[in-house]
Design a protein around this ligand. Structure first.
Ligand SMILES: Cc1cc2nc3c(=O)[nH]c(=O)nc-3n(C[C@H](O)[C@H](O)[C@H](O)COP(=O)(O)O)c2cc1C
Length: 380
């Protein structure tokens, strides 16, 4: 068997040892009940993928009702969700696999229909540039404070449910990112204005969740942070802003940084003259005791290895783990040749893929989700 570096273990600075460097990327399945309670179908989908990988990050769970971004989204908004969250933690925290609940608020990336008549909220009353985007209402200072507490409450639920950690979803244009972005944050109070003030909400959320962990966790509990390094909007987040946020995060008690990229080795999407991969720029300012997780179009073991060889600590795999739940077991058994890179609709039941997830994959992600019948196949 090949001596893959991604099979090496890693000990986080809070003492938690991760069995290897393969992480399941957070992917919502849009398959929860209407109130955000997890369904048995989702539990079985996750159970199939846990067991060998070092870390499994769940799809995003909203921390309050106004934070809901999709139909079928998982909720961590109140104690009613605890029994379902316990079942999810139980199915995915296996000892070898550490299970992380991703928590978020969608902010302006939702609509009145999903919120059952309520207007979406954000840092400021600025709509996103997406087609048909609704104009959100600006959160009041009291609501900002309450939202920070809601992230803390969701963290407490994750601790009680038996997860090994939470990941703060500060990426993919959702509320935490909306406070950091000069596009969506036009506030003039302590939560907006300068770069430093735009960092205040993300850092306050980190601080609240870290305090909850300190107060309530009876075991080392992982706190991760996911961010999107850049925005195309004008004004928008630029890499220089993100590098300052990373430096500020270095000073907080997070245990890892996770960057959300469409292509793990991609250079800037804004400055086309700079060929250096974005992850390398981030790694260069990240504290040496904080590991970096990078994601984006990784399918084969060779691709995963090249991400680690390039200087990343962990590689997150999304769609390929949907197609191949036992990707890591196959590598561990020297059986790489049987790894599936394409699937067809008739594989859904075996792979525990729910109908809403299938629909989402073949519509929103069609080009990046090779089916057996597609001409386009992932190069590996
Ligand atoms: C179906 C689906 C759902 C996703 N849901 C989330 C999510 O809940 N939270 C998140 O941070 N990213 C989400 N993402 C982004 C993935 O975490 C990942 O960054 C992206 O799929 C690129 O990785 P890949 O090329 O390995 O699939 C989702 C992606 C897919 C395909």
């Amino acid at each position: 068997m090949k001596n893959w570096q991604f099979l090496n273990d890693y000990t986080l600075r809070n003492g938690v040892k991760l069995a290897n460097r393969i992480v399941m990327a957070p992917m919502t399945e849009q398959s929860s009940f209407e109130d955000g309670t997890i369904t048995t179908d989702e539990i079985e989908y996750y159970r199939l993928r846990a067991g060998a990988i070092g870390m499994l990050i769940t799809g995003c769970a909203n921390v309050n009702d106004l934070g809901k971004g999709f139909e079928g989204e998982l909720s961590a908004a109140n104690t009613d969700m605890l029994p379902g969250l316990r079942r999810l933690a139980n199915a995915t925290s296996t000892g070898t696999t550490k299970s992380i609940l991703q928590i978020f608020s969608a902010g302006r990336m939702t609509n009145t229909k999903i919120l059952r008549g309520e207007q979406p909220v954000s840092a400021s009353a600025v709509p996103s540039l997406q087609p048909n985007a609704e104009t959100p209402r600006e959160l009041t200072p009291e609501e900002v404070e309450q939202t920070i507490k809601d992230f803390g409450n969701a963290t407490k639920l994750a601790i009680e449910a038996g997860f090994d950690g939470v990941e703060l979803h500060g990426a993919n244009t959702y509320l935490i990112q909306q406070f950091f972005s000069p596009h969506s944050n036009r506030r003039t109070d302590k939560w907006g204005g300068s770069l430093e003030k735009r960092m205040a909400f993300p850092l306050a959320v980190v601080s609240e969740c870290a305090q909850i962990i300190k107060n309530y966790a009876d075991r080392p509990f992982i706190l991760g942070y996911r961010l999107s390094p850049e925005e195309r909007e004008e004004p928008g987040i630029r890499l220089a802003d993100t590098l300052e946020l990373v430096k500020a995060l270095n000073e907080t008690p997070i245990d890892y940084l996770h960057i959300s990229l469409a292509d793990a080795k991609a250079p800037s999407i804004v400055d086309k003259t700079d060929p250096e991969p974005v992850f390398a720029k981030i790694k260069s300012v990240l504290s040496t005791d904080l590991p970096l997780i990078t994601v984006g179009h990784v399918a084969s073991p060779d691709q995963a290895e090249s991400i680690i060889e390039a200087g990343n600590d962990f590689v997150a795999i999304g769609r390929e783990l949907i197609r191949e739940p036992h990707w890591l077991q196959k590598v561990q058994n020297g059986d790489e040749d049987s790894i599936r890179y394409t699937i067809s609709k008739s594989d859904m039941a075996e792979l525990r893929i729910t109908r809403p997830l299938w629909q989402f994959l073949v519509t929103a992600f069609k080009r990046g989700f090779p089916l057996s019948t597609d001409e386009h196949q992932i190069q590996h």
